[in-house]
Design a protein around this ligand. Structure first.
Ligand code: ZN
Length: 238
């Protein structure tokens, strides 16, 4: 059975890093919508070219286009042992379409992980974020007590504070995320395969919790877990 995972979480929660690590360790395909768009454009996939046209005109890529791009990717052979999706779905219609795709694949349930971090912690993390002035790569956040890196790990370029990272802007971005995501959380929250992870811990702890809840959700969906474990998860959710 495949492990099909969606990672949700606000900017600054570290879900991209965790999604990458989990996918690597379990030999799953990590799919971020940014990556498949870029790959599709490189391969001149018609659907990706349509998305590019929209973006070039400064428009948002609509649900139907986004869904078609993700569907194409998830139906390829290398996605059949499972995937970790980062950045999709973003809307309820996208989530409904993903349910259909997962049902068509008929290869394991969809596990939804919501990585939560309190707002004050996200503001602390995001407002101090450095970015490479040359190539735009985000600098790895420095470990507590360690000095901040002084050059880009990728290209050696100068690191500067992101212009959009002052506290006011960060709070506004988080509010936008919250508003946009609320319907999605409501869409998923009553499923037995929905799990919340505390993202306000050191990375290794987050990783451990993530592994545990995903394995638990996978087991629960096949009926292998005692009902008590499912109940306590539900209680922890409210
Ligand atoms: Zn750089």
């Amino acid at each position: 059975m495949a492990l099909n995972v969606i990672m949700m979480g606000p900017p600054g929660a570290g879900k991209g890093t965790q999604a990458g690590r989990f996918a690597r360790e379990r030999a799953l395909l990590k799919i971020s919508t940014g990556d498949i768009l870029r790959d599709g454009i490189k391969a001149k996939l018609p659907i990706a070219m349509r998305a590019k046209e929209l973006m070039d005109r400064g428009e948002l890529v609509d649900d139907a286009t986004m869904i078609a791009i993700v569907r194409e990717r998830l139906m390829r052979p290398d996605a059949q042992c499972g995937f970790v999706l980062d950045g999709f779905p973003r809307t309820v219609p996208q989530a409904e379409a993903l349910d259909t795709i997962v049902a068509e694949r008929n290869n394991g349930p969809l596990i939804v992980v919501d990585v939560r971090v309190p707002e004050h912690e996200l503001v602390r993390r995001l407002a101090g974020r450095l970015i490479c002035a040359r190539c735009g790569t985000n600098a790895e956040p420095s470990k507590e007590g360690a000095p901040a890196p002084d050059a880009c790990a990728k290209c050696g370029g100068e690191l500067v504070q992101r212009t959009d990272d002052n506290e006011q802007v960060v709070r506004e971005r988080l509010k936008v995320y919250e508003r946009a995501t609320k319907p999605l959380v409501e869409f998923y929250r009553d499923r037995s395969t929905f799990r919340i992870v505390n993202g306000a811990q050191p990375q290794e702890r987050v990783a451990h919790e993530l592994d545990t809840v995903i394995d638990d959700a996978a087991a629960a969906s096949t009926g292998a877990t005692a009902p008590a474990a499912v109940t306590s998860q539900k209680a922890a959710r409210t």
